[in-house]
Design a protein around this ligand. Structure first.
Ligand SMILES: C[S@@+](CC[C@H](N)C(=O)[O-])C[C@H]1O[C@@H](n2cnc3c(N)ncnc32)[C@H](O)[C@@H]1O
Length: 327
């Protein structure tokens, strides 16, 4: 059993699996690339820059909602619990939760290894009695959680509207797995970006400084470095738009030339102006949130929002009769 106050667990996806996943994604029509590969050390740093952009209202709005509702959170969530954060990034938002809940354990789960280590270490240094167990893993797969948290009540935290990166049906499957991680009677706190006019949504993904464009293009640089593709990032451009009927922002990389990309011995032809679909970001109405919770077999305890209803933070509860991942 782990007793140190800080321990790093590395369950990062192995390279042959990444290669296979990328090949399959590029064989599809239209071509796509999984958004989790935005995040190497540079991609994580670019995302942090995005969170500071004037157009990107999401981060500051969610932090404001969490801060304003600390007291209610502290009354609802078990003290001394284990807080598991999915896609923890800079671990910035969790600070007000740690203040409010005073958990015994914090398990930040993220695919971006170096950034995870730096952020988790800072939390360890800033919160004296907290046990911090960063876990580098892909949260779209089952996560192997540290043994040391066995038996502790758990609370899940999935901020940043990252739930919106899943297809709507996959979001409920993700929540079913999360509920198993959390166990009977546990809670989870999830951030949702609301459906709203194009005029607000589109600038958030098309900032004037071009940081989101660099973030999108970094996916290609990251894959070139890790699995040996030969994308030419300068021959692609960023494209993001809101599809109102589907309620989602789509991000694409558009090829500016006709080109061939090679991975191992496989060659992928990309036509001029062909798009590679890199990310969806689904937006949720309150009705969508309710439907998602009930599809995943959870109850929506309450939700909080900002004054403009641009963002929702929902508190969900896992039913008492669910089989936990421990059993
Ligand atoms: C949009 S950022 C959100 C960061 C932070 N939670 C926030 O709210 O500001 C998504 C985070 O999830 C991580 N991530 C993305 N896909 C992941 C996956 N499949 N498994 C684990 N982590 C993932 C990224 O590395 C990044 O830190």
């Amino acid at each position: 059993m782990t007793t140190e106050r800080y321990q790093f667990f590395d369950h990062n996806p192995i390279l042959p699996d990444v290669v296979e996943e990328v090949k399959q994604s590029l064989r599809e029509t239209p071509k796509r690339l999984p958004p989790k590969y935005f995040y190497d050390e540079y991609g994580s740093a670019l995302f942090e820059q995005i969170t500071e952009l004037p157009e990107y209202y999401l981060t500051r709005t969610e932090i404001e909602i969490l801060n304003e509702n600390k007291e209610e959170l502290s009354r609802t969530i078990d003290k001394s619990c284990c807080l598991i954060e999915y896609g923890s990034g800079s671990s910035r938002k969790v600070r007000s939760l740690i203040d409010a809940i005073d958990p015994r354990f914090y398990v930040p789960v993220d695919i971006s290894k170096e950034h995870l280590h730096t952020s988790a270490k800072a939390i360890h240094d800033d919160f004296d009695s907290l046990h911090v167990y960063p876990t580098c893993a892909d949260y779209t797969e089952a996560i192997q959680l540290p043994d040391a948290i066995d038996g502790a009540p758990r609370c899940g935290f999935f901020p940043g509207s990252s739930i919106g990166n899943f297809e709507r049906d996959d979001a409920s499957l993700f929540l079913v797995n999360l509920a198993r991680d959390i166990g009977p009677g546990g809670h989870c706190i999830i951030g949702f970006d609301s459906r709203k006019p194009k005029a607000i949504l589109e600038p958030a993904y098309n900032d004037t400084q071009g940081v989101t464009a660099s973030f999108n293009l970094n996916l290609l640089t990251h894959l070139n470095r890790t699995i040996g593709t030969d994308f030419k990032p300068t021959q692609f451009r960023h494209h993001a738009f809101y599809d109102e009927s589907l309620g989602r922002i789509e991000m694409h990389l558009i090829s500016e030339t006709e080109q061939t990309v090679t991975l191992d011995d496989e060659r992928f032809q990309i036509a001029r102006n062909e798009a590679i679909h890199t990310e969806n970001s689904y937006k949720y109405s309150l009705t969508d949130v309710q439907e998602l919770a009930s599809k995943a077999g959870m109850s929506l305890v309450t939700h909080w929002q900002d004054s403009k209803a641009w963002f929702y933070v929902a508190l969900l509860r896992v039913p008492d009769d669910i089989q936990s991942g421990d059993s």
